[in-house]
Design a protein around this ligand. Sequence first.
Ligand code: 3EB
Length: 331
Amino acid sequence: MLRCDYIVPGQLPENQSGRFVLGEVTYGLEGSNPLVLEGVPVLPTHMAADETEVRTERWTVDQPVRTGTENGLVYGYTDDYLFCAGYIPGQDTYTDATRAAYTAVFELVERLGYPSIFRMWNLIGRINEPNAEGLEIYQDFCRGRAEAFESYAAEGRDMPSATGIGSRGEGVAFYFLASRTGARVNIENTRQIPAYNYPEQYGPKSPSFARATHLTPRDAEAGAAHLYVSGTAAILGHQTVHSDSIDKQCRVALENIEHLIGDRNLQEHGIARGHELSDLTQVKVYVRHLDDMPQVREACQDAFPDPVDIAYFNVDICRADLLVEIEGIIA
Ligand code: 3EB
């Protein structure tokens, strides 16, 4: 089975014997192109404000991993899983480069035979700043991504869970996971309209992602499916709420996740049973203002009691009025 750990520097996780590293993303102090380091695909990113925030996100599997490089993409794979990372350098405008990068992604999964992309991350430098033509860089990125999805997926409705978040670096670092064999169900949330249907006020093309993805791996024990929760913020319908209150935004984001993963919502997608917040095994929390960090930590420690693995990052968020965003995994 696939497993994820957020590793604090110098603190190796337990139970790594007999496991192989499929890929690693350093939420660190400096970004670069992805590379293969000692047989492991690694994507260094600039997400940490200081040493205390540094984490290595390590994906491990119980089969040997092979690696490859193609079109600037660096990847690791087993019979069941593919991890792949790429980097779009900083530039004047992002639509063309993003479309090209995502097209390379879709060609790679097609060629290698991992048809089910089930989770994507996009770490976007200067996310709320205008590009050289005055369009916000997040919206510029969304346009290129949407165009690639349009030519790849019929009706554009094949979008997995994702994160689109600010980073402290330049350009866009991205990575994703895909499965050759697992059964995948993309999940929406009735409290929020699908992001791919957001009205035009949020940009020329809507964000391309589902609210969560449910994956039943081939090697899963009965009932042991995985659930990947997208970056989730204080958005109801399509509108940001409580842009003046970190406590309220935090609460709405948590309530959105609670509803998303609950019995009622998952059963509407044909999944027998849902979950509670305390079932999440890995959580990442993005906080726009460093001053808000203590309050956010308190709210999240209440919502996700030990032994959940929580990592916090002080970065910008895709809408200027969003103060906090939370993502998670049940695995
Ligand atoms: C939202 O709900 C908040 O562009 O990939 C969350 C998750 C958000 C993923 C993305 C954006 C993305 O619209 C922002």
